[in-house]
Design a protein around this ligand. Structure first.
Ligand code: NAD
Length: 358
């Protein structure tokens, strides 16, 4: 999937500041950094290692992801902008190497701190520490860089978002008797399985990687579902936690959930239209960039020098932020529109204290 517009048209449409391409001759690294906005501050966003069918797909992905980071930081009340990077792998199984990571670190260093890299799909703490050998503008490592794996924090924030959705739909916040269908049990998904099953939920899981499924079936008592069936599984909460574009207009009539709330970035193919369709179908949607902000809050908060206590408080605030956005969504076209509205107000400086001021 990609946009047919020229690159400049895409930058203008989405309001990006910069899109930078890099090729490292020695390692063959091909990478792109997209800085959507630095209006609220320097921009922290993960590096995704992925095999893209075309350059246009990589550009589309990095532009969408980086814009989402701007909204995520703003809605979370962080004085940070939004950016993201992708490494275009030459083939699906291309191995992670220190050479590649260091070449990426050197590229990140050229932004002089306007862009701060971190984990995303395909990048782990080791890769971050390798990158950190070349730049101090990276978070999420364990030895050279700081912060560690952000996914437990992302899972915790998504769990808070789910609680808010349950309460908003009149179910109370007791997860016993609640069925969650979870697509993608990687770093975030497996942590979320643990939180949900500990809280008493029944969790159906699917992943294209069988080992990941087996792990949460064995350790958390989740039930495996074929990955072709997970999105249309009958459940209370559908939680896409794999890649983006999981749900689009064609799929919405087939959904058998009352809540859509997951950790994946860009869950909706066309968020403006699809969120309206979800509302019309009576499905409560917890916008992805609101509920999955836990990892960003953790790493950006550490970068900004917040105490452990404040980091915890800000993660817990995802519950109240989601609840307020769900309420606002009642009066607007959708919860997505409500969340974007709050983010834009914060970016333009008309809402200094975030959602709590409404
Ligand atoms: P991950 O790579 O560890 O896990 C993703 C999992 O999804 C993998 O196990 C993969 O096999 C599976 N998957 C991919 N395509 C699938 C499909 N079609 N059907 C079923 N399973 C599929 O990534 P992660 O760090 O857990 O991130 C998951 C999502 O959450 C991504 O969209 C990421 O951008 C988003 N996110 C992650 C964080 C974080 O802290 N890691 C923060 C915010 C958002």
């Amino acid at each position: 999937m990609h946009d047919n517009d020229s690159i400049f048209e895409q930058l203008v449409d989405r309001g990006h500041e910069r899109l930078c391409f890099h090729h490292d001759e020695e390692t063959g690294l091909k990478a792109i950094v997209a800085i959507h906005s630095t209006k609220l501050g320097n921009a922290l966003g993960g590096t995704r290692r992925w095999y893209y069918e075309s350059e246009a797909d990589a550009v589309y992905d990095v532009l969408r992801l980086s814009k989402g980071m701007t909204y995520k930081a703003a809605v979370s009340g962080l004085p940070m902008g939004g950016a993201k990077s992708v490494i275009m792998l030459p083939h699906r199984k291309h191995p992670k190497t220190e050479h590649e990571a260091r070449a990426m670190g050197a590229f990140v260093d050229t932004f002089d701190g306007a862009y701060i890299a971190a984990e995303d799909v395909g990048v782990d703490t080791q890769f971050i520490d390798w990158m950190a050998a070349e730049t101090s503008h990276v978070m999420g490592g364990e030895t050279v860089s700081r912060g560690g794996d952000p996914s437990p924090w992302t899972a915790m924030g998504t769990f808070h978002g789910m609680r808010a959705c349950l309460i908003h739909s009149g179910r109370g916040e007791d997860f016993s008797g609640v069925t969650v269908a979870l697509q993608g049990v990687g770093h975030v998904g497996q942590n979320l399985c643990r939180l949900l099953t500990d809280a008493g939920a029944t969790v159906l899981v699917a992943d294209i990687n069988k080992e990941c499924v087996d792990r949460v079936v064995d350790t958390c008592g989740c039930t495996a579902v074929h990955d072709a069936d997970i999105l249309s599984a009958e459940c209370d909460i559908l939680a896409p936690c794999a890649l983006g574009n999981a749900i689009d207009g064609r799929l919405i009539p087939n959904l058998r959930c009352s809540i859509l709330c997951g950790a994946a970035n860009n869950i909706l193919g066309d968020p403006e239209e699809d969120a309206v369709a979800l509302k019309a179908a009576g499905i409560v949607y917890g916008p992805d960039f609101v509920v999955n902000a836990g990892g960003l809050i953790h790493l950006a908060g550490m970068h900004l020098g917040m105490s452990d206590e404040l980091l915890q408080t800000k993660n817990d605030e995802i519950f109240e932020t989601t609840a307020q956005i769900l309420r606002r969504g009642e009066e607007m076209d959708s919860t997505y529109a409500a969340a974007v509205d709050i983010a834009k107000q914060r970016i333009s400086g008309t809402q200094e204290t975030g959602v709590h001021a409404s």
